[in-house]
Design a protein around this ligand. Structure first.
Ligand code: GCW
Length: 674
């Protein structure tokens, strides 16, 4: 095995050289496989480290301290090997991002205890909502054949502090718990262990029925309980440091305790009791909703609030950032502020299910941070989602956790889009330190992944920082949500029909002659606003104070409603889409302006995708506004980009497209960017 010794100072010099060479010749082609690591095939070992003889409480099991010893040498101190490893990567990062000041002691301790990736990977190698090729885990080859990517993956995660990974889809195939698969999982767990990366599995709640032919999977049935206890014992005999389970129950057709008249707490606690003796945890998802409900956004609170206090202390309720489903902008899920005696964690989506898949450049950290920084006001000001999930509001810090649904596949560049690697990176850095700014994270990532040259870093950082808001503008301006084409969620389909009303865009946009938007107000709507604490409840409830970037999330407004800038709602929608289109076009120009700093291979790939993104932005606007026009009977302002297709063309167009994994790109509508 090749090892890169990390001597601080040397790498700074190397960086400077590579920056210089950029000004002279174009960098060599790069397929992006090395991510932000320079060389992903080699572990990085620091030369000056010291394991502490006495446990340093401030550092805990994963933190580290970097300070100069009496000879002036910067030394990494930690209680554990994991701490030393994280310190080494930290020092490497500091070296590569600029000249760090090591005269002041550095102390770093991760904020969240569990920093976990969720793979939605299936045993047949497809990845639900994955846009970077097939699954990284080649189950049919395991346990015999080991691919180098397994260790590279672990190394990449270690470098950003991720310490857990759920290997399989929450829509879980029961086969993952068979002995045959557990032997395969063991191989991965063994490879990941030196990188402090624990393995977890999603379980299928009906596994006792499927795998053992039991008549029931009722969580209170003694045979079922025994089956789980035995299964868990088997797992730990194979993988002694197995992390635990992630569970999607009674959601979108998945089995769960409610199939047997039991509650989510009954189900979660049965599994929690089984893993408890081994130190395992259960991440139980709050993503539940029934087709009959008038407002999907309210259901997580309705379901879980009554169960507050009933879950074991090794259960964590895993809550999506927003109350509906990973839209480009949602208000934070009110459930974050509604439980007092239950562990909770946030689930962010790194893969861009609703944000243009791996075709669109969207830097997601600003979106996640918006959620973490949101104040729930549960215990007065400062009860932010970050504080809630860190356990600081109710004093349950022992199980703080955060999860990200990955964007990783077997694509050579891991994420499908070269710039989408930034989202994997950002998730890890955020889980380590939620206070880091989007600016700092993107600056670090660009410097390590491309070059430290300011002429590249500054414009590209600016472009990436603007990208999430641009995506909101061209996909869901002003809180308009779920207008996505199903089932691939790539592109607009405001007219789409489905087998369930709550899977149809019209359920959310409610466009009609009288206006558009979902009325969630207390007087005339579903009263979802009441799931928020004051002052938010009133703020959202009152159309005058509701932030305009969420106004159609909470209000149904007439087409000629006067916005704060004097435009009618209709015009404002048109102009917001237009801004999104303009910004997406601007990204192409920005990228072209930095061409000389980027190798041809990555340059061309990103360039082609930015063009697709800008065309898609027009497609989005065309489809949505032409569809709405049937109701508003208003004109698209003449200073907006003219539509390139008629509504009929676009409606016909959706036929035949797509599955869950990939849209049929070759069948997207033709658009031109003059
Ligand atoms: O966002 C929706 C997706 C499903 C996904 C589900 C979930 C894994 O469309 O593909 O299933 O959420 O989060 O469980």
């Amino acid at each position: 095995m090749r090892i890169v010794k990390y001597v601080f100072g040397l790498s700074v010099a190397l960086m400077a050289m590579s920056t210089q060479s950029c000004t002279q010749a174009r960098p060599e082609n790069n397929n992006g496989h090395n991510l932000w690591l320079g060389d992903i095939t080699a572990p990085v070992i620091a030369t000056d480290t010291e394991l502490l003889s006495e446990y340093d409480k401030e550092l805990g099991d994963e933190g580290f301290r970097i300070k100069r010893n009496d000879k002036g040498v910067a030394v990494i101190y930690a209680n554990t090997k994991a701490g030393i490893m994280y310190g080494t990567y930290h020092l490497k990062r500091l070296g590569e991002c600029g000249k760090p000041n090591l005269d002041k002691e550095i102390v770093e301790v991760p904020a969240f205890k569990y920093r976990i990736l969720n793979h939605w990977d299936n045993p047949n190698l497809t990845v639900e909502r994955g846009y970077a090729g097939k699954s990284l885990w080649k189950w049919e080859e395991l346990p015999g054949k080991i691919r180098p990517e397994y260790e590279e993956y672990a190394r990449a995660n270690a470098s950003i502090g991720i310490n857990g990974t759920v290997l399989n889809n929450v829509n879980a195939d029961p086969c993952m718990l068979t002995r045959e698969y557990l032997e395969k999982v063991k191989v991965l767990a063994d490879i990941f262990r030196p990188y402090n990366l624990k393995v977890y599995l999603s379980l299928n709640f009906a596994a006792p029925k499927h795998l053992a032919n039991l008549k029931t999977s009722d969580p209170l049935d003694k045979d079922v309980i025994k089956w789980w206890n035995d299964k868990v014992a088997e797992i730990y005999s194979i993988i002694p440091d197995f992390g635990g389970f992630l569970v999607k129950a009674n959601s979108e057709g998945q089995s769960g305790p409610q199939d047997y008249g039991r509650t989510h707490a009954d189900g979660a606690n049965m599994i929690a009791d089984a893993v408890k003796p081994y130190g395992g945890i259960v991440m139980w998802r709050a993503f539940v909703y029934a087709a009959e409900s008038p407002d999907r956004a309210k259901q997580a609170v309705e379901e879980f609030k009554p169960l507050d206090g009933q879950f074991r202390d090794n259960v964590i309720i895993q809550i999506k950032n927003g109350p509906v489903d990973f839209q480009p902008r949602e208000p934070f899920s009110p459930l974050f502020g509604q439980l007092e005696n239950t562990n909770i964690m946030a689930e962010m989506q790194i893969t861009q299910e609703y944000l243009g898949h791996s075709n669109h450049m969207v830097y997601l950290h600003p979106m996640w941070k918006e959620c973490l920084d949101s104040d729930t006001y549960q215990k007065g000001e400062g009860s932010t989602v970050a504080a809630e999930t860190l356990g600081k509001v109710h004093g349950n810090t022992a199980t703080s956790a955060i999860a990200g649904v990955t964007n990783i596949g077997d694509d050579i560049n891991w994420c499908g889009h070269q710039l989408a690697q930034a989202n994997w990176y950002a998730f890890g850095r955020m889980a380590w330190n939620p206070d880091l700014s989007s600016e700092q994270i993107i600056d670090e990532w660009l410097k390590q992944t491309f070059t430290t040259n300011k002429k590249f870093v500054e414009p590209v950082a600016k472009m990436m920082l603007a990208s999430r808001e641009a995506c909101v503008k061209y996909e869901m301006p002003m809180g308009l949500h779920h207008t996505f084409k199903g089932p691939d969620h790539y592109g607009p389909g405001p007219w789409d029909r489905s087998s369930r009303p709550d899977w149809e865009p019209a359920y959310y946009h409610k466009a009609a002659a009288d206006g558009v938007g979902f009325d969630r107000t207390s007087k005339t709507g579903t009263d979802a606003v009441s799931q928020y604490h004051e002052p938010l409840k009133s703020l959202y409830d009152n159309v005058e104070t509701c932030p305009e970037n969420l106004i159609l999330w909470f209000h149904h407004l007439p087409w000629d409603y006067k916005m704060k800038d004097g435009h009618t709602l209709w015009d404002e929608l048109c102009y917001t889409y237009e801004e999104g289109i303009k910004e997406a076009r601007g990204f192409i120009k920005t990228w072209e302006s930095v061409e000389r700093f980027v190798d041809q291979e990555r340059y061309d790939q990103v360039h082609a995708k930015l063009i697709r993104q800008a065309k898609d932005a027009i497609w989005w606007r065309d489809a949505t506004m032409l569809y709405f026009q049937q109701y508003s009977k208003m004109e698209i302002p003449s200073d907006c980009t003219p539509p390139q297709h008629t509504l009929d063309e676009l409606r016909r167009f959706r036929l035949g497209i797509s599955n869950y994994e990939n849209p049929a790109i070759d069948r997207l509508p033709e658009y031109t960017l003059d």
